[in-house]
Design a protein around this ligand. Sequence first.
Ligand SMILES: [Zn+2]
Ligand SMILES: [Zn+2]
Length: 276
Amino acid sequence: MDRRIAAAAAAAAVLLALLWAAGGRPSGEPGPGEVGSVPSARITILVDNNPGAPGLRTAWGFSALVEAGDLVILFDGGPSPETLRENAEALGVDLSEVDLVVLSHCHGDHAGGLSLLREVNPGATVYAPPGAGVEGLPVVECRSPARLGPGVVTTGPMYGPPWEQGLVVNVTGVGAVLITGCAHPGVDSMAERAAELTGSRVAVVLGGFHLGGASEQRLEQIARVLESLGAELVVPVHCSGDRARAFVSERMPGAYAGLGVGGRVEVSALEISVSP
Ligand SMILES: [Zn+2]
Ligand SMILES: [Zn+2]
C-alpha cells in the first residue's frame, strides 16, 4: 500500500474509533445493522401464572423457550425446578438441548427454576445481568447488550430496579421480537432499546410488563410507544396484571393476544401466528 494511503487509512480508523467512543457505545456492543437476523423464531411459554392448556402447571413466575434460527434459548426458569421440569415434559421440550440461558433479572420467580439446568444441562451458560447471583452454572455477567448469535441480542441491563435485560430476536422481513421477564425498567423503554439495537421496528413484544399498579395515563403512554415502534403482536403475560391485559386488548385489539402457560408464538416473514 502507498504510504500516504496507509496514513490516511490509519487516520480514518482513529477518527472512526473516536466517533464510536463519542457515541458512548461500550466496546463489544453491537451497533445498528450488526445484529443480523434469523428467518424465523418460535416462543413457547413454559411457566406462567396465567393458565393455559389443561395438564400444565401454573405458578407465579415466567419462563419461555425461544428458538431463534439454530439457537435454542431458555429465557428465565420460573420459580422452581419442579414446575419447569413438569411443564417442559408436558410440552415435549427437551431442556438438555438448550444452547444457552438468558436470565432477565434476579427475582426468584424467574431465577428459581434454573437450578434444574445443573442436573439436565450443566454446560449451559447463563447470560445474566450484574449481581443476579446464579450458582452452579457457567455465568456471563452482561454489562452491555450481548450478541448471542446471528439476529439474537440482549438489551443489556437496564435499571428497574433491579437490573433487568430483555431478549431480542431480529426476524428477516419482520423486525424485532422482544421477550421480557418483568419489564421493571418499563416495557416501552425496553422496546425502544430493541428498536435501536436492531434498527428495525419492534413487531412482537411478549412477557411480563409489570403494570399492576399503573395509571391509565401510563398504560396509554406504553400503548403509544409500542404502536409507534410498529408492534403487530403484544402479549402481556406474567406480572402484566389483568387491568393492563384488558387495556391492551381494548386499546390495541388487532395486536393483543392473551396467552398463558403453553402459549406459543411463531414469527416468520410469512406470518405471525399465535396458539394457546
Ligand atoms: Zn416476575
Ligand atoms: Zn421481577
